[in-house]
Design a binder for this molecule. Structure first.
Ligand code: FMN
Length: 190
């Protein structure tokens, strides 16, 4: 079985900067021998968590909401490394990404918050402001850092870039190179 990297990308735009960086990251992971998948969250049906608690009743209890999240949860469980890619909206990840992250609660059935222990994590964030602090990208990264710490996941790094319009990041060779390198790092021991 090869090492698998599953990316979850939340931009609604075509030629999205975060998705361009994600594709470079996945190319790096593939070069290191991983098999890769990418899900475009904006194009899927992901309803908001209602905090009903049904998924927490036992380790096997599924989420009771009938939408595309059951497939995504299966992808999360099966992957060795997870990549979360989002544009920054209002100084945080966008709503599509937050819906997805909240619904990952169902992975931790029966209160087993170590269900993803040891899985690797990579983060891709794009934003319009020049500065990653002013943009909110650091705020979003801190959310992933806290989650990785709590869940005992292995946060291997993040790629971020200031870019406003679709495709802007294509001229940012250092960000593209950093994305490729993070893909390699996610997929190999180092
Ligand atoms: C609704 C909305 C909110 C945004 N909020 C921020 C923000 O808080 N900080 C920022 O730096 N850029 C913000 N931006 C700019 C986007 O982050 C920027 O265009 C980025 O390149 C989008 O990434 P994408 O091409 O992957 O969708 C916002 C854009 C939109 C549409």
């Amino acid at each position: 079985m090869s090492f698998t990297v599953a990316a979850f990308s939340s931009s609604p735009r075509s030629r999205a900067n975060s998705e361009i960086l994600t594709d470079r990251l996945l190319a790096g992971a593939e070069k290191s021998g991983a098999s890769v998948t990418k899900a475009g969250l904006h194009h899927l049906s992901i309803k908001a968590c209602t905090a009903c608690g049904a998924c927490q009743s036992t380790a096997e209890a599924p989420c009771v909401i009938d939408d595309d999240m059951s497939d995504l949860i299966a992808q999360v469980r099966a992957a060795d490394a997870l990549v979360f890619a989002s544009p920054i909206y209002f100084a945080a990840v966008n709503a599509q990404m937050k819906l997805f992250l909240d619904r990952l609660f169902a992975v931790f059935g029966g209160g087993d918050f170590l269900a993803l222990e040891g899985k690797r994590m990579g983060v891709v964030l794009t934003y319009g402001a020049d500065d990653p602090f002013e943009s909110g990208a650091v705020n979003a990264l801190r959310m992933f850092q806290d989650a990785a710490f709590f869940l005992k996941m292995d946060l291997r790094g993040w790629v971020h870039a200031a870019c406003m319009d679709p495709g802007d990041v294509e001229s940012n060779s250092s960000a593209l190179d950093a994305a490729f390198a993070l893909g390699e790092k996610l997929a190999r021991d180092c």
